[in-house]
Design a protein around this ligand. Structure first.
Ligand code: NAD
Ligand code: UDP
Length: 319
């Protein structure tokens, strides 16, 4: 039985990846310090004989007993509100945390896949974004703590690959959504859905003409799964190229949720990227992968998840 360590396992993507690898017959070690995650996301796995959970901050030395075949490094705050609130931890988990996990991978001769992001392209001047685009990031802006941590993460991963011959994979994840996102994490989908459910107006930042492209979580997990078992060490974009403006997206959510609320406009956060759309030609060619879930379908599933939350969770304020 192959053994895989998943960091950030109590988070949104980490918990779905844990489910997938358990279902594929792996022994999964989940690791998390709960800084933005929730034990609830993996509660259903805690009694599973092939799942073992370790509460640990990966910026501290990571120790795993016995053999290890694979590592998925997904620990990191991922929502702008989170990483603006905990900027130093964000820089540390992308740098020190990644260094620790690369060291562990080297010691165990394990293959490691790290979670990078479309944010390495910053506010992109090339559209759609291809993997060979170097990006347009403001190093010292408020989002720089996340973007530069992820850029460093990619660099150190390539250095371990080139210098130590480590088997490494880098996925550049574009906006992904689905059940288990935190309702109050500030990302646009939980934000709009929470507002619709509480009967509040939907807060569109800026003029709402900035674009994003949203990928349903099952498609993302499939892409990551295929990338891990490919033999390609350079970064690969995984996301859904179906692009929409935030304003049109808010209108879509109003229709989906049946709310009578309207849109209200707020200031655009500093360095908020104006456009974002993955070019997924490489993933198609290399992994024979493309997203299968239409946004209408994925959003319906996600809305049903948020509708099922308790009143207490719905009104819990974090920010
Ligand atoms: P999330 O916040 O739901 O999950 C992150 C998890 O990492 C949390 O459970 C958190 O507690 C844990 N964590 C953070 N710092 C840690 C530390 N020092 N030690 C141990 N655990 C720690 O976010 P997510 O959306 O699931 O994102 C997971 C990964 O995917 C992140 O690396 C993120 O950068 C990347 N990513 C996600 C998206 C997306 O759209 N969801 C897009 C691009 C990249
Ligand atoms: N956004 C918005 N209203 C909100 C939350 C977000 O208009 O209540 C916008 C945000 O400014 C950005 C887009 O939605 O342009 C996506 O934001 P998110 O935080 O989900 O992720 P990002 O892609 O910016 O990392």
């Amino acid at each position: 039985m192959k053994k895989i360590l998943i960091t950030g396992a109590a988070g949104f993507l980490g918990s779905h990846l844990s489910d997938r690898f358990i279902n594929e017959g792996f022994k999964v070690i989940g690791m998390d310090n709960f800084i933005t995650g929730d034990i609830k996301n993996i509660a259903h796995l805690l009694e599973h004989p092939n799942f073992h959970f370790i509460e640990h901050d990966v910026t501290e030395f990571v120790k795993i007993d016995g053999e290890l075949d694979y590592i998925l490094h997904f620990a990191s705050p991922a929502s702008p509100i989170d990483y603006l609130k905990i900027p130093i931890q964000t820089l540390k988990v992308g740098s020190l945390g990644t260094h620790n996990l690369l060291g562990l991978a080297k010691a165990k001769q394990a293959r490691i896949l790290i979670a990078s992001t479309s944010e390495v392209y910053g506010d992109p001047l090339v559209h759609p974004q291809t993997e060979d685009y170097y990006g347009n990031v403001n190093t010292i802006g408020p989002r720089g703590v996340y973007d530069e941590a992820k850029r460093f993460q990619e660099s150190i991963t390539m250095a371990y690959h080139r210098f130590h011959g480590l088997e490494t994979r880098i996925v550049r994840i574009f906006n992904t959504y689905g059940p288990r996102m935190r309702l109050n994490d500030g990302r646009v989908i939980p934000a709009f859905m929470g507002q619709a459910l509480r009967g509040e107006d939907l807060t569109v930042f800026g003029d709402g003409l900035q674009t994003r492209s949203f990928c349903y979580v099952d498609d993302q997990v499939e892409g990551i799964f295929r990338l891990l078992f490919s033999d390609y060490s350079y970064p690969v974009n995984i996301g859904n190229p179906h692009e929409i403006t935030i304003k049109d997206f808010a209108e879509e959510i109003i229709k989906l949720t049946g709310t009578n609320q309207k849109l209200v406009y707020k200031d655009l956060p500093v360095d908020d990227p104006m456009q974002r759309q993955p070019d997924i030609s490489l993933a198609k060619k290399l992994l024979d992968w493309e997203p299968k879930t239409h946004r209408a379908e994925g959003m319906k599933i996600t809305f049903n998840y948020f509708k099922g939350l308790s009143k207490e969770e719905l009104y819990k304020s974090e920010h």
